[in-house]
Ligand binder design. Structure first.
Ligand SMILES: [Zn+2]
Length: 69
């Protein structure tokens, strides 16, 4: 085996792509281990709130609610 295939135009990740925990699509490096930011937020939301309604994860400043009972 030689390394002469290095000039291949195909960019391969160093590690195997894991299937997205949400939908099973091969994960993207920028969203690892998910396939997309959507799936990441989906999983995060479900992890944090269980079966609670999916919150709008747009404003990180509003991470905490001041008036919780
Ligand atoms: Zn996914």
């Amino acid at each position: 085996m030689s390394d002469q295939n290095k000039q291949s135009a195909k960019i391969e990740p160093l590690r195997k792509a894991h299937p997205c925990p949400e939908c099973g699509t091969p994960s993207q490096r920028e969203h690892y281990p998910f396939c997309s930011n959507r799936c990441r937020e989906l999983d995060l939301s479900r992890w944090l709130t269980g079966s609670y309604a999916i919150p709008v994860a747009d404003d990180e400043a509003k991470a905490e609610y001041p008036d919780e009972d």
